[in-house]
Ligand binder design. Structure first.
Ligand SMILES: [Zn+2]
Length: 301
């Protein structure tokens, strides 16, 4: 377990800055850097500013007073996080409308509101993002409830989370963007899987109930938003000085790892995640969505 995550404190950054953060382990690192007085994610150069060229002492004092206020305003402006750019809709068109399987029934719902999510603004959902929390399992739903409290304190979120027992929790409605994937928040939905990116494939596959839950959520979202059940592809990633993604496109709509979307900051759900198994199960669930208990949905976000 990441020990920093266990002793997390409320960060002093605003929700908009924290919207740029992601999975739990990376969140802890982001908060640690903030508490250490790191500059915010602004590319403003603090060394670039006006210089006084006034020679009269009285006038210089007045101008310097004004300059001090101006400098303070500039410092304040630099302290305010500059909103990061946000993903554009993918040019890869949605697939045909097909029956939507019922999603898993969440064990509980704790909706994280304006602290951790915001309206999606009508943008399409182009990709489903799989995460790993880097947190341990706990009996019953204690692990998921703990995760929800952690997110609420930290201004982060996920649409749903699940654990080894196959329990799901709903934290953000799909009509809202959740603060889970930085630049990609507006055009993605996300699922946090209780577990570790360091797991071997055999260890992941022992968690069949959890993987089945993930596959069912993937099938549900894929059919709801007409997203092919395949690995996504992104291109054109560009970064700012803080190594945050500030440009990129989803060139193939699909299912992404968090690490694909933010490779300089994230590695979840890990290199040994059993993608082939999960996507095969999701396809099977989606194919079975023509019987009773399924509904047709349009592709509105
Ligand atoms: Zn993540």
């Amino acid at each position: 377990m990441d020990k920093r995550a266990a002793s997390i404190r409320r960060p002093r950054r605003s929700a908009s800055a924290l919207a740029a953060a992601g999975c739990v382990v990376a969140l802890a690192a982001a908060i640690a850097s903030t508490q250490g007085g790191e500059p915010r994610w602004s590319d403003a150069n603090p060394d670039r500013g006006p210089r006084s060229a006034v020679s009269s002492p009285g006038l210089r004092a007045a101008v310097e007073s004004s300059s001090e206020r101006t400098a303070e305003s500039a410092r304040e402006a630099r302290r305010r996080p500059r909103p990061l750019p946000r993903a554009r809709p993918s040019a890869d068109p949605p697939g045909p409308a097909r029956p939507v399987p019922a999603p898993p029934v969440p064990a509980f719902e704790v909706l994280l509101g304006d602290c951790c999510s915001e309206p999606r603004g009508g943008l399409p959902v182009d990709a489903i993002v799989l995460h790993a929390t880097e947190l341990p399992d706990e009996p019953g739903t204690r692990d998921l409830r703990r995760l929800a409290r952690f997110f609420a304190r930290s201004a982060l979120a996920t649409h749903v989370a699940n654990d080894a027992a196959g329990n799901s929790s709903r934290m953000v409605g799909d009509d809202r963007l959740a603060y889970h994937a930085t630049y990609w928040n507006p055009t993605t939905v996300g699922i946090e899987q209780m577990g570790y990116s360091s797991r071997t494939q055999a260890q992941w596959r022992e968690r069949r109930t959890q993987l089945e839950s993930t596959a069912r959520w993937v099938a549900y979202w894929a059919r709801t938003y007409r997203i092919p059940i395949r690995r996504c592809e992104v291109a054109g990633l560009r970064y700012n000085k803080r190594k945050r993604v500030v440009a990129g496109d989803i060139v193939k709509r699909g299912v992404c790892s968090h690490s694909e979307l933010d490779p300089r900051n994230r590695d979840d759900p890990g290199p040994s995640y059993p993608w082939a198994h999960v996507l095969a199960r999701a396809r099977a669930v989606a194919r079975g969505a023509s019987g009773s208990g399924t509904v047709m949905r349009d592709a509105s976000p």
